[in-house]
Design a protein around this ligand. Sequence first.
Ligand code: MTE
Ligand code: MO
Length: 199
Amino acid sequence: MQEVQKPPNQKYIKNFIVYAEFGIPEVNLESYRLKISGEVERTLSFTYDELLKLPRKEIVEDFHCVTGWSVKNVKWEGIPFKSLIEMARVKEGVKWVMFYSLDSYTAVVPYEDVNRDNVIVALFMNGDKIPLKHGFPARPIIPHLYGWKSAKWLTEIEFLKEYVDGYWEERGYHERGNVWEEERFKGQGGRHLRRRPVL
Ligand SMILES: Nc1nc2c(c(=O)[nH]1)N[C@H]1C(S)=C(S)[C@@H](COP(=O)(O)O)O[C@H]1N2
Ligand SMILES: [Mo]
């Protein structure tokens, strides 16, 4: 049997460390909406009840924070990202996706990294509604990217043709953040997005 490799320079720990750069927000489900915007044929807006009625899938994946900790086998359940892409009819030429959170946190990811079968907008974590401190009502789960790309308290998904920094990207963190290629900071790791000198 082939052993599943641990990502480079990560250590497994038992429990998540909670991060909330802007504090844990209050969530009002009456006014909460998840919006799909930007370069789409159809702008969408879902209430929490509407999100709960969409078809869901379950994934079990390890979670990796760029600071070096990982948690094994987290079970998430939510809306397949590909089904949101279909519902909104994302336009040709989209290259990036920006996530916006209730607390003003933002994170950017390449479109090709979310247009995959094991990427979801999670509503459930380990069998229960996502606990508030872990991002209730919704957060994107992109298992092969570092945890900072998983914006908790998600309120908007914007499809973009041009790159824009999110919160941590503005502070030097990588545009993609692939854990297997160790893309922690801009200019490190992976093949595609390495900054080439402009001559
Ligand atoms: N809104 C928001 N989302 C966030 C963060 C944050 O500070 N605010 N921190 C990120 C980071 S760096 C990590 S590793 C994970 C941690 O998830 P957890 O707080 O559920 O453990 O959330 C990510 N999503
Ligand atoms: Mo993180």
